[in-house]
Design a protein around this ligand. Sequence first.
Ligand code: ARG
Length: 590
Amino acid sequence: MKKILDLISKEVQAAFAAAGYDAQLGRVTVSNRPDLCEYQCNGAMAGAKKYKKAPLIIAGEVAEQLRGNEMFSQAEAVAPGFLNLKLTDAFLRDYLREMRSAEKFGVEMPAHKETIVIDYGGPNVAKPLHVGHLRSAIIGESVKRILRYMGHHVIGDIHLGDWGLQMGLIITELRERQPDLIYFDEAYTGEYPKDAPFTISELEEIYPTASGKSKEDPDYKGRAMEATFKLQSGVRGYRALWNHIIAVSVADLKKNYEKLHVEFDLWKGESDVHDRIPGMVAYMKDQGYAHESEGALVVDVKEESDTKEIPPCMILKSDGASLYNTTDLATIMERMEQIHPDAMIYVVDKRQELYFEQVFRCARKTKLVRPETKLKFLGFGTMNGEDGTPFKTREGGVMRLETLIGDINRVMYERTGTGDGTEMTPEETRSIAEQVALAAVKYGDLSNQASKDYIFDVEKFSSSEGDTGPYILYTIARIKSILRKYEEQGGSRDKTMLREACSGGEKELMLELAGFQAMITAACEETAPHKICAYMYNLANALNRFYHETKILTEEDEKKKAGWIGLLALTADVLETCIDLLGFSAPERM
Ligand code: ARG
């Protein structure tokens, strides 16, 4: 089904043509003066010069053409040359009826369904998840769901950081503490134990300790680098230890991501492409793409049109070790071979933008991707605390994700109660509080444009009023409570028939609903979840205004009542679809 704006534009374009003007001038937008009209067209102003005529006269002639048109109850030329439009109630009703019965509310799917890899999450094994990783998970999960909704084939890959110096550091610290572990006996040829010689809490303490020591003690750092090298060159005991580290850490990560309703299709990591690196390096050398520079192997990626300096992309360090770049390039190679994607999207901190610019240029130059393969960097800003600097614990340390989620769960638990006067068990209260807390965190994040920094404000995000997740959930719960009561009265929401609006508030709600198709298409094309938030907020406001001015359940005209119930049901369905695309869900009651 066509977007409502396209249907309206088509009609107005035909009117421009019929009045003797270029049809292209008839493009319509949503009104920026809702007190005057619902839609507007500024084409007469744009055409005034070309036709050497006053815009108001052109607009008047077009309005004349639209007189009696079934789509418009008003098509009026106003100074200095706007065309103000209002829809007939019947046209709007028919549009919403069709939307309600169509699959996915009638959204038109893109003509070409793409295969897209989305690289998000990006946690580092054995390091605790901190708030920086939260944004990648939240934004990436939402973008994945939006693209999927629009029919694309999307594969989410976590791209674990599992291959760098941090692994060498952990192994070194373990050796320091337990030198007699069988893994360090190079003469040992038997099987290694099934269970790891450490727990997740130990592991999380080992890494920061090791990292601290390596900064103070160059000798310790040297040993960690050597351990990294041994691991990467395949020393058995080191590999076995490394496998334990991955297993323990991944089990913990899975638990955390599950709580966030974040799901990956692939749990690949930097280490997975290790064996591809020698072949890739040889290829880059043979084809003359890579050359030596101060002992290192690099690919030049600067271009003539650059306005800032883009340094070469380093493939191997002077000691022959591979880097973050190397694994990213080899990963691109592997994805092209195994998945053949049309596009790869990276949801990473925007401070890595220059890095990805180098990697993307290098991948193109060395033909690891096809010329038409899209490589997109979706960089996000920093989540700040109330003081405007990166979010920390009260003691000033790095904020762990678990702590943050725990804090907001507690706030929500205190606020969750028997909103509708019925009893709630403590378990129900807890589960609802968790659901609302997740909505608060995710909506708080996603309602901002991803690239912007924002302030994580627990009070504001968890408020049930204003542009927040809980407000949206309250609105859904409110509708559901009315629908339940209607069914208790013997009605059925599915048998209701949408009718023409009886009030300004009702029509406003209908107009908001009719904007869904355009909104979701834009959110997908621009990978912009914040557009969904803005849409939901306007929709929820319109719903609540309508609700406050209308006595729905006590209405005596049954047809009228049923029409309203149908409208509420459609609103709830649209809101629930939207929150699912953002990655959270709504409780039946709050
Ligand atoms: N592990 C990295 C970090 O914590 C993020 C990984 C991003 N993805 C990628 N393909 N490089 O900074």
